[in-house]
Design a protein around this ligand. Structure first.
Ligand code: CP3
Length: 358
């Protein structure tokens, strides 16, 4: 059926996800298409964020432009974490300067029961955009699809937007554990189908964003979040692709996050990469972990930090270079491009043998 498609398992990005040896460390960036990039802003001037997400021609264009301009090894489809909320029956909008606002946040067991799980086909525009990007790159770059993790999406549904202390989310979790479980179960149903659409459209890898998992204590993560996250990871892997599981501020959670069985864990910058990887017994691949704000520094400091991260990875199979979180508005584009050059410059020199002697 896919005779004309090149063997994607040989792409260095996919190989690194599977901890197979690569010719050089693959690199891409969280939020590589975004407001720091003039080409994105040019499209954004004429269209809202949701219009770009919902028009496969525009979503494909901004995805391709960013990946080509940065010369990275993978393209992440332009979309947003919150898109599945709409087809579950929660309307939201992005308000300028304030981030997302969910009009009627979810607070009760009855609200959970009203959520719909049978309208995921309404998200087909994401798959259509992936098809366009995959056809454009034709296997030259890895194609990343993504979705939110159950906890992080639940937190937006319940808080109604971003949050500092996640009080409403944790209240539902602690005080209505049955409703909490039903909510996460419903999210897993929708998200696995959403991921399956993206895989069918040509995604080589799915990244699951549990961006705010770091707000949880380890016992709360284990009791209330890990089971649903593990189920989603397993179900996406059963679709035949590796899974990257990503969170921020997760140093103490990483070994538990590893229990999801994800192929790759995203690392933030607060823990040195070698320390985090050793703590995982090198049992999965890792992605990271430059502080995105380092991109505002002089090139010499950026170069040093890139070199340090690659030296810590020490040429072990299974490192994907990235930031610890997304590129922020105002980041100089040339510094992002410089990181790609530094990764190329340094990574072949760090074969495992040299790293052992050096
Ligand atoms: O290049 C890429 O990384 C793909 C595009 C992408 C977007 N959102 C587009 C976007 C991705 C991967 C996301 C994921 C996403 N969305 C996350 C998880 C990633 C993370 O940061 O941990 C979250 C939490 C969201 C929800 C969301 N979307 C928020 C909180 C905001 C507002 C914050 C902000 O930066 O303003 C958005 C808006 C958003 N999504 C923008 C982009 C490019 C910027 C807004 C715009 O263009 O108007």
């Amino acid at each position: 059926m896919f005779e004309s498609t090149p063997d994607l398992s040989s792409h260095r990005f996919v190989r690194a996800c599977l901890r197979q040896p690569v010719d050089r460390t693959p690199v891409w960036f969280l939020r590589q298409a975004g407001r720091y990039m003039p080409e994105y802003m040019a499209v954004r001037r004429h269209h809202t964020l949701l219009e770009i997400c919902k028009r496969p021609d525009l979503a494909a264009e901004v995805t391709i432009t960013a990946a080509e301009k940065l010369d990275v090894d993978a393209a992440i489809i332009f979309a947003d974490l919150l898109l599945p909320l709409e087809c579950m029956g929660l309307d939201f909008e992005f308000q300028a300067g304030e981030g997302p606002v969910i009009h009627k946040p979810l607070r009760t067991g009855a609200d959970v029961d009203a959520l719909k799980t049978t309208r995921t086909s309404e998200l087909s525009y994401v798959g259509e955009a992936i098809q366009r990007v995959a056809a454009h790159f034709h296997g030259r770059l890895g194609m990343i699809g993504f979705c939110g993790a159950p906890f992080t999406l639940a937190s937006y549904m319940i808080e109604g937007g971003g949050s500092r202390n996640y009080i409403e989310t944790k209240k539902l979790m602690y005080r209505q554990p049955d409703a909490w479980r039903r909510l996460l179960d419903k999210l897993v149903i929708v998200l696995r189908e959403f991921a399956a659409q993206q895989v069918a459209a040509g995604a080589d890898v799915i990244q699951i964003f549990d961006s705010w998992a770091g707000a949880l204590s380890l016992p709360d993560y284990r009791d209330f979040v890990l089971p649903a996250a593990r189920m989603l990871v397993r179900e996406v892997q059963a679709q035949g692709v590796p899974v990257i599981y990503f969170g921020v501020d997760t140093a103490s959670l990483l070994p538990a996050m590893r229990e999801t069985g994800a192929d790759v864990l995203g690392l933030d910058w607060r823990t040195p990469l070698d320390q985090a990887w050793r703590g995982l017994d090198y049992a999965c691949a890792v992605q990271g972990n430059l502080d995105p704000i380092t991109l505002f520094a002089e090139p010499e400091l950026i170069r040093r930090r890139v070199h340090q991260i690659l030296a810590q990875a020490a040429g072990r199979p299974g490192h994907i270079f990235n930031l610890g979180h997304g590129i922020v508005p105002g980041t100089p584009v040339e510094n992002v491009q410089a990181v790609v050059e530094f990764v190329r410059e340094y990574s072949p020199a760090l074969s495992p043998v040299e790293a052992r002697h050096g």
